[in-house]
Design a protein around this ligand. Structure first.
Ligand code: GDP
Ligand code: IMO
Ligand code: MG
Length: 428
């Protein structure tokens, strides 16, 4: 199985870190690749009770023998990169030895996060609820052809010229619209140059590396960040991130053709969460929502914000199956649902009195969608110790199989706890 994609099927935080870690430790994965987003991600891995969180780095950074790759589609803050590397090295993980970075990845400089934060403040009640990490402004510069790429850091003259060009526009915005002090290009260049010596040995042509690896039948795992419903094209625009988190984004973000992908695994929670603003039809603002939040420990890994919680949405699951061409689902956090007498699952939406079995065509309709629920029988047993599908109580098995049927994609595995070993295989 040479090329596998793992991606989020909902609004993020589905357990992609756990799924990636599981695959990198149970199969031989030669390369694990981040292809989009930046340090807005927060992926949790729990190894023998010890918790790690990765942000910009692939979760494989914990695994010996796997090369972790940051590909061209990622936006890289050198400051965040080395902060994460240093924190892992302080815990005994030789992160810099395992990591390579694409020369063509775009750079997040400090002015990008400044602009991200002031833009959000300016938007007021219409804010997106971004992570404030400069992701949107860095991608905007990329599309506006005013971006700085990793390779630019190795030529001081080019770097200064590019930073000046980018700030020429941005400083007008900062000073005249947002009433902030203009940023000095020289100080940005000085800061970026301070990372060059550490960065240089890591920089490679990621597309060449990965295509050669696939030619040699090596196994490459692409670890998605963010998720389908946060994708800039296919998510709940404008309440999305600024990159393509769907399977197609992996190909552009890595320089690997779609014909090379063998398997696309969508990670999906047994219920739903979302961080930041935007529509969320199955959101619960009652005691059930509070209980999902508490039992599920639904607090953001990157920003510490509380996640909004709601029931499983099979319309979202079918949509994710379709736009990503999913071959499998990995269902996480089934254990959180133990002890509800009945578990509602959204099977369709009602919009202005009309039933919609598929995602409505327009954002306005989606804003008005109310869930049509089917109530499945719950179970009261603690399932966190189950190690095979047959160990699950009958109603939990039936819940998984019902979700599989409704979602249109087979469920390969089920998570019953945060630990690597707390996983059941449904279909091998
Ligand atoms: P990611 O961004 O998709 O990697 O997900 P996050 O790490 O942001 O959030 C997922 C959270 O759920 C983390 O705290 C994980 O440790 C935890 N988790 C993952 N799978 C399971 C599971 O099957 N059961 C439980 N209880 N927790 C899980
Ligand atoms: P992982 O990889 C959940 C959300 C933010 C905000 C929107 C835009 O851990 O699943 P941005 O800073 O990207 O411009 O913010 O996207 N968001 C995430 N939500 N999980 C993530 O990553 C997210 N990355 C961004 O909360 O609503
Ligand atoms: Mg996360």
């Amino acid at each position: 199985m040479p090329a596998i994609i793992v991606l989020g099927a909902q609004w993020g935080d589905e357990g992609k870190g756990k799924a990636t870690d599981l695959l990198t430790t149970t199969e031989t994965i030669d390369y694990c690749v981040r292809t989009s987003g930046g340090h807005n991600a927060g992926h949790t891995i729990v190894v023998e009770g010890e918790k790690f969180a990765t942000h910009l780095l692939p979760s494989s950074i914990l695994t010996e023998g796997t090369t972790s790759v940051i590909a061209n589609g990622v936006v890289v803050s050198p400051e965040a990169l080395f902060r994460e590397v240093d924190a892992l090295e302080a815990r005994g993980v030789p992160a810099s030895e395992r990591l390579v970075v694409s020369a063509n990845a775009h750079v997040i400089a400090s002015y990008h996060s400044t602009i991200d934060k002031v833009t959000e403040r300016f938007l007021g009640k219409n804010k997106i609820g971004t992570t404030g990490r400069g992701i949107g402004p860095a991608y905007a510069d990329k599309i506006n052809r005013l971006g700085i790429r990793v390779a630019d850091l190795f030529d001081e003259k080019i770097l200064l010229a590019k930073v000046e060009a980018a700030l020429d526009v941005r400083n007008h915005l900062l000073a005249k619209v947002y009433n902030r002090r203009a940023v000095e290009p020289e100080s940005v260049v000085e800061e970026l140059l301070s990372y060059v010596d550490r960065l240089r040995p890591m920089v490679i042509d990621a597309s060449l590396l990965l295509n050669r690896a696939l030619d040699e039948q090596r196994t490459v795992l692409f670890e998605g960040a963010q998720a389908t419903m946060l994708d800039v094209d296919h998510g709940t625009y404008p309440f999305v991130t600024s990159s393509n988190a769907v399977a197609g984004g992996v190909c552009t973000g890595a320089g690997v053709g779609p014909t090379r992908i063998d398997r696309v695994i969508g990670v999906i929670k047994a219920y739903t969460t979302r961080v930041g603003s935007g529509p969320f039809p199955t959101e619960l603002l009652d005691a059930d929502g509070e209980r999902l939040w508490r039992v599920g420990g639904e607090v953001g890994v990157s920003t510490g914000r509380d996640r909004r919680c709601g029931w499983y949405d099979a319309v979202v699951a079918r949509y994710a199956s379709r736009v990503n061409g999913l071959t499998d689902l990995f269902l996480t956090k089934l254990d959180v649902l133990s002890s509800w007498e009945q578990v509602p699952v959204c099977v369709a939406y009602e919009i202005d009195g009309v039933r919609h079995d598929e995602m409505p065509m327009t954002q306005t309709e989606f804003h008005h969608a109310t869930p049509v629920y089917e109530h499945l029988d719950g179970w009261s047993e603690d399932i966190s110790g189950c190690r095979s599908f047959a160990d699950l109580p009958k109603n939990a098995q039936a819940y998984v199989l019902a979700l599989e049927e409704m979602s249109g994609t087979r469920i390969w595995g089920v998570g019953v706890g945060p630990g690597r070993e707390q996983t059941l295989v449904v279909h091998d």
